[in-house]
Design a binder for this molecule. Structure first.
Ligand SMILES: [Fe+2]
Ligand SMILES: [Fe+2]
Length: 292
């Protein structure tokens, strides 16, 4: 068994997941209007962003597989959350992918089922309960950074879509999706805070160490995907100030893991990962107009 939360933290999580299921059913495809007034312009500006996000959303299926490999015995509340969360994210992916296909693009190339060797090793070690809690903590930290990135990215994409006068997409695609992301972020934040409070010093030490080695921007699992993410950052206007973006997605992580190092605003491995994505995109110059 995994370590239990303090009663107040457990209650807050249970209430949160119940509310998430009630307030946010998966988005109905019939409620989506794919009308785009100027498809060529919209595709040229945001096509690659839609593709990146569709892929990451659809890869939720692999994320759940990774979870069950890495955490053989998760708490019931986590299982309840995966069910609600997976259904929502899949719809986000399907809707964004349909939109890019409507714009004449290829559908996203999502990796739905490959589990890396490293994760299998973690999964094997996770049969030791104290180690499973280290993996759980890493998973919550990843979830926090991922969902916070999604919140910020959809806000920026929504703004850009409104600016282009594409109100159908802004209201019924991006607007609907972006409303579901803060609840995911909140789940991971509550979970991370609750579990961190229960971890022993050696577990905390191991979490810091492993996080430093393994951090990557959302959906960026290789050099090509990192450069793709750099392009997304450029289009959304966050490439110029990637440290600020890094700060916004890692604030709670910095507070929990690195509180003792006063003045450490952004964990260096987070800031470095985003800077690297921007540099890779610039060097690749796949979309040169983005990186002048
Ligand atoms: Fe999503
Ligand atoms: Fe999400």
């Amino acid at each position: 068994m995994s370590r239990a939360y303090a009663p107040a933290a457990a209650r807050r999580l249970t209430d949160h997941v119940a509310k998430l299921a009630d307030d946010h059913p998966p988005i109905d495809l019939d409620s989506v209007d794919f009308t785009v007034r100027r498809p060529d312009e919209f595709e040229a500006r945001f096509g690659h962003v839609l593709d990146y996000m569709a892929r990451v959303e659809l890869e939720v299926d692999r994320n759940v597989l990774e979870l069950t490999t890495m955490l053989p015995d998760p708490p019931q509340i986590d299982r309840d959350f995966y069910t609600v969360w997976q259904r929502q994210e899949i719809q986000h992916g399907l809707i964004l992918d349909r939109l890019q296909v409507e714009l004449g693009r290829e559908p996203a190339d999502a990796d739905l089922d490959s589990i890396g060797a490293k994760l299998k090793v973690l999964g094997a070690l996770s049969h030791l309960t104290p180690f499973q809690d280290v993996c759980r903590m890493l998973y919550y930290l990843t979830g926090m950074a991922t969902e916070r990135s999604a919140v910020l990215a959809y806000n920026l994409l929504h703004r850009g879509t409104v600016e282009m006068g594409e109100t159908a997409v802004a209201d019924t695609v991006i607007g609907q999706i972006k409303r579901q992301e803060p609840g995911h972020y909140a789940f991971y934040q509550f979970s991370a805070r609750g579990l961190w409070a229960e971890l022993a010093p050696w577990q905390r030490w191991l979490v810091r160490l492993m996080r430093r080695i393994s951090f990557a921007p959302v959906g960026a699992n290789n050099e090509v995907q990192k450069a793709d993410f750099g392009d997304v950052m450029a289009t959304l206007g966050i490439a110029e100030d990637s440290d600020d973006f890094a700060d916004q997605i890692s604030r709670v992580e910095a507070e929990l893991l690195w509180a003792r190092r006063r003045g450490l605003k952004v964990p260096d491995y987070v800031a470095r990962a985003f800077r690297e994505a921007v540099e890779l995109a610039r060097d690749r110059a796949h979309l040169p107009h983005l990186h002048r």
